[in-house]
Design a protein around this ligand. Structure first.
Ligand code: C5P
Ligand code: C5P
Ligand code: ZN
Length: 454
């Protein structure tokens, strides 16, 4: 793998102008910023472009422009780009037959790109090879990995992500510790952290504001400090222990078992150079901030935050974050109102124009989390795109992946059969298909899933 990293790095070193093409999610923005910082530090000319997916339109446009070198990050593991002078640093499923010789991808070396390294991670490996002083950028690679939920399965980053963590520690940009796994440790009032707790869900508490407040009051935990809401990071060790043991007890009483209760605690990743109590200090929160920009047509705002703009860009990102949170809450409700339909091998909802195509994936994942306790079926979400096609997002569970589920392969096959494209990871994949083909797509998909799971 190191030889391949070197090959990609050399091609970049030998180019004057590099055009970066990256993905519009947190990992994509983090990957794009690592690439951009690397080129900037080398004094190269560079430009950057963000895309929803690498489809024929994007490739045709690139062929017309024909840049000296195109650096695809967090996408590009496909043969279609071979006519371009290019390099790829990616982690989506691929094999040596369907990707080009200038592709760095963990799957080519028998590693699992869905958990061992992200798009930002592979980009970082090249950056570090170009100049070992770039190890400070490890923090962005950790943000990318957390954005792709690579810490979720084992409650810690694993594989190559671990050596990236070590680099970050050496550069004094990353640290980690054991703590609660819920989102918003640094910025949310504690009762809000509990209200939106989904993995694991807290029976009787999640989703109920009043219940969260009385749960804390009953434990004797002050909600406020003066007129400021207390956040998880403001609690004493003893207070944290009290809350965690009360939640564990509730989970066990409801028969959820030890394994689930254990998921409450795991590693959290801290960006040590950022201010405590901001969205940038915790890697998961940083990733969500990036999603709030790039998924709403403002990827350059996220890029600037990654590249150290702590004034205007950060301010704008924070305001985008507010509406992102609002959109997620509304989107979940919308999908539920439309109805989640259960088949034998999958469950799905069709949001039409009710949910943006760029966040339907996040909502699909959140809904699966909620439904997981009642039905262990992959969740499929449909949403209309601006150009009249249909975006599909699919999310699965670890248990199903262990039984053979590969959403990437299934979506790719079903999408191609109805004239679309698809791909991704075993546990999370996406596709775009022509409008009106949803039913046929679902039929083919259901057959594929049946094959995989039996
Ligand atoms: O394109 P990319 O690889 O960056 O995106 C991976 C996607 O897979 C993310 O949207 C992430 O949220 C999703 N994922 C998931 N559950 C996992 C792992 C990844 O939903 N366990
Ligand atoms: O868009 P969504 O978040 O549902 O995508 C899930 C995963 O599938 C991401 O890793 C994304 O890059 C990938 N994907 C893909 N090809 C598509 C759509 C999504 O590889 N056409
Ligand atoms: Zn990624």
């Amino acid at each position: 793998m190191f030889k391949q990293v070197k090959k990609v790095a050399d091609r970049i070193i030998n180019s004057e102008h590099v055009h970066i093409v990256t993905h519009i999610d947190a990992d994509g923005v983090a990957a794009g910023s690592i690439a951009a910082s690397t080129l900037q530090r080398m004094g190269k000319n560079y430009s950057i472009q963000f895309v929803k997916q690498l489809d024929e339109f994007v490739i045709e446009d690139l062929l017309n422009k024909n840049p000296e070198l195109v650096w695809f990050t967090d996408l590009g593991s496909t043969m279609e780009i071979s006519k371009l002078n290019h390099v790829v640093t990616d982690h989506h499923q691929c094999s040596s037959e369907n990707c080009t010789p200038y592709t760095l991808n963990p799957h080519l070396f028998g590693l699992d790109g869905s958990i061992e390294i992200s798009g930002a991670g592979t980009t970082y490996l090249v950056s570090k090879t170009i100049d070992k002083n770039n190890i400070d950028l490890a923090s962005l690679a950790v943000v990318g990995a957390c954005g792709d939920l690579q810490d979720r399965k084992q409650r810690r980053l694993v594989g190559l992500n671990r050596s990236i963590l070590e680099d970050g520690r050496k550069a004094e940009t990353v640290e980690w510790q054991m703590d609660v796994q819920y989102f918003g440790r640094e910025t949310r009032p504690i009762y809000k952290l509990l209200q939106y707790a989904t993995d694991p869900l807290i029976p009787g508490i999640t989703g109920r504001e009043e219940a969260c407040i009385s749960f804390l009051v009953d434990l004797g935990i002050p909600l406020k400090d003066g007129d400021r809401w207390r956040r998880w990071i403001d609690l004493t060790k003893e207070e944290k222990r009290k809350i965690l043991s009360a939640i564990t007890k509730m989970l066990l009483q409801k028969g959820f078992g030890n394994a689930l209760a254990k998921r409450l605690i795991g590693e959290v990743y801290i960006l040590t150079q950022e201010d405590q109590g901001t969205e940038l200090h915790d890697a998961k929160e940083f990733a969500t901030l990036l999603n709030s920009t790039a998924r709403y047509g403002k990827p350059e705002v996220g890029l600037r935050v990654c590249m150290q703009d702590r004034e205007e860009a950060l301010k704008e990102a924070r305001s985008l974050l507010k509406s992102h949170r609002h959109n997620l809450i509304e989107g979940i409700q919308f999908a539920k109102d439309e109805g989640i339909i259960r088949g034998k091998y999958l469950q799905y909802f069709h949001a039409g124009e009710g949910i943006r195509d760029t966040i339907v994936g996040i909502i699909t994942g959140m809904l699966l989390n909620e439904e997981e306790t009642t039905a262990d079926l992959p969740m499929i979400g449909f949403a209309a795109t601006e150009d009249g096609r249909i975006k599909v997002s699919a999310r699965g569970t670890k248990r199903l992946v262990n039984k053979g589920l590969n959403l990437s392969a299934a979506l790719k096959k079903a999408a191609e059969k109805v004239g679309g494209i698809g791909g991704g990871h075993d546990i999370a994949a996406g596709a775009t298909i022509p409008k009106g083909e949803e039913e046929r797509f679902l039929e083919i998909l259901e057959k594929e899933l049946k094959n995989q799971l039996s």
